[in-house]
Design a protein around this ligand. Structure first.
Ligand code: B12
Length: 428
């Protein structure tokens, strides 16, 4: 089977995958941590993370019929990433989009690649049943498998980091019944991640190395193809997070993460967090931008053409989406057209209007008032409430009577209790 593993890697590279590693199917290394993470309520609105936990812990259970899965092929696919000039990145009139979403939707690009790779393997082995290809949407702890397969190591920012390529990559897995030659023995990580006391106390808010057990910090990955690597003593990602989303190394609390709120949540963004979002309207790259493993990386154009950055998806002017010719923040058809094939669709129109309003509130420029006036009339309460907050920020900073009048007029007709509360707070 050694030869087949080599052929698979070659085919994966030919199909456009940048990294390909193979590991035997077993229990995921940090499934115990995953259960604790769920028990702490970390999944929030991401209910899908609470389903199929057994399968997530042990991908062998994903075999529906036919032969059991014996090997897990992990792919790493680079996305298009380059550093934005600070003048653009820090321009408050623009909304910054996380770099993984600069190109087209990676699910739609990587899924066919997995199917093709499985077809290739079937052709080689004569298998008649299908393998299972998953990218993001299936119950697989992709980062754990990437680490176990030796594709990279897990950073304190939770991300899979390849020592030479950094962390700007997508992960995908293909489960197959063939017993393929593995790249590196699974890393034994059986120690509890946290002391029992720390767990009982709901986990300490600050990093206390004395109170935490971090077994892998001392045991770098042992794949001969990639040099040993860890975060060492570096805590830049944990320190740089503007919303303090890291409870500790390797442990993110999504309820404090910009990425969670701007992509996954359908709820109002907590008021105290909004000023900390700056101009980020979809996802967040800060914990990766500050990572030393990501510094001095050359710009890489993705092999898969669909993942190439589209200019209009990097840092669009916030007011553009209110313009009559394509009011994509306000109109569903315009939104669907504008973000066709983009991962941004996931946040839905009302979610993106919410995010844009938060960024507009942080900019607090009076030129945003006409757009915000339209958002204050939006059919989605989520949009109206955040528009009220943004108008309130303009009122607070510029004392414009017009802003107060807009809010008062809306309050007179507004029926939604939460929006009424937002308007009152904005006026108050
Ligand atoms: C839910 C989810 C989110 C949530 C929660 C993220 C989180 N950290 O838990 C939110 C919406 C916040 C999110 C954000 C992002 N996500 Co996301 N997300 C997922 C998803 C669907 C599930 C992740 C999950 O199970 N989370 C639960 C936690 C407990 O698991 P985990 O983060 O994977 O952590 C594991 C390890 O850290 C390990 N571990 C625990 N303790 C220790 C200790 C040591 C010493 C070690 C070594 C490991 C270790 O155990 C955990 C369980 O296996 C995966 C796809 C998938 N199916 O895996 C993509 C995925 C993880 N996301 C991805 C991306 C790109 C992002 C963002 C960069 C997007 C952005 N720019 O905004 C951010 C990064 C935020 C961050 N620092 O994690 C990529 C990551 C690629 C990479 N190089 O790591 C994935 C793999 C999607 C993909 N197919 O490419 N994401």
């Amino acid at each position: 089977m050694n030869n087949l593993a080599t052929l698979i890697k070659r085919e994966a590279a030919r199909l456009g995958s940048d990294l390909c590693q193979i590991v035997p199917v077993a229990q995921a290394a940090h499934s115990e941590f995953y259960r604790r993470w769920l028990a702490l309520g970390r999944a929030g609105e991401m209910g899908y993370l609470e389903r199929n936990v057994e399968k997530r812990e042990n991908p062998a259970l994903l075999a529906e019929d036919g032969e059991p899965f014996r090997s897990l092929i992990v792919l790493g696919v680079d996305y298009h990433r380059f550093d934005l000039p600070p003048a653009l990145r820090d321009d408050p009139s623009r909304g910054i989009i996380a770099s993984y979403a600069w190109g087209d939707d990676y699910h739609e690009i990587i899924r066919p690649l997995l199917h093709e790779l499985d077809g290739f393997i079937r052709g080689q082995s004569g298998r008649t049943t299908l393998g299972k290809g998953l990218v993001d949407t299936g119950p697989v702890l992709e980062r754990d498998w990437a680490m176990q397969a030796g594709l990279g190591f897990t950073g304190k920012n939770c991300c899979t980091i390849h020592p030479q390529r950094g962390s700007w990559l997508f992960l995908a897995t293909l489960l197959v019944p063939e017993g393929l030659a593995a790249d590196s023995a699974p890393i034994p990580v059986n120690l509890p991640l946290f002391s029992a006391d720390a767990v009982a106390a709901g986990l300490p808010p600050s990093i206390n190395f004395g109170g935490w057990q971090l077994p892998n910090l001392q045991s770098p990955i042992s794949n001969p193809q990639s040099p040993p690597a860890t975060c060492g003593r570096c805590t830049r990602c944990l320190d740089a997070c503007p919303t303090d989303a890291f409870v500790g190394p390797f442990h993110l609390d999504p309820e404090r993460c910009i990425s969670y709120w701007t992509i996954e949540s359908r709820q109002p963004i907590p008021r105290h967090l909004r000023p900390l979002f700056g101009n980020r309207i979809f996802g967040c790259d800060i914990c990766q931008e500050v990572c030393p493993w990501n510094s001095r990386l050359p710009e890489r154009t993705p092999q898969l053409a669909g993942l190439a950055a589209r200019n209009e998806r990097i840092a669009p002017p916030l007011l553009e989406g209110f313009a009559p010719e394509s009011p994509y923040w306000l109109d569903q058809t315009a939104f669907s057209q504008h973000f066709q094939r983009s991962p941004i669709k996931r946040a839905k129109r009302a979610g993106m209007l919410r995010n844009a309003c938060v960024a507009l509130g942080n900019w607090a420029d009076p030129s945003a008032l006409p757009g915000l006036a339209l958002a204050l009339e939006d059919e989605a309460a989520l949009g109206r409430g955040h528009a009220a907050w943004a108008i309130g920020e303009i009122l607070r900073r510029h004392r414009l009577p017009q802003a107060g009048e807009m809010l008062a007029a809306r309050l007179a007709v507004e029926g939604d209790p939460w929006v009424r509360e937002e308007i009152s707070a904005a006026l108050g």
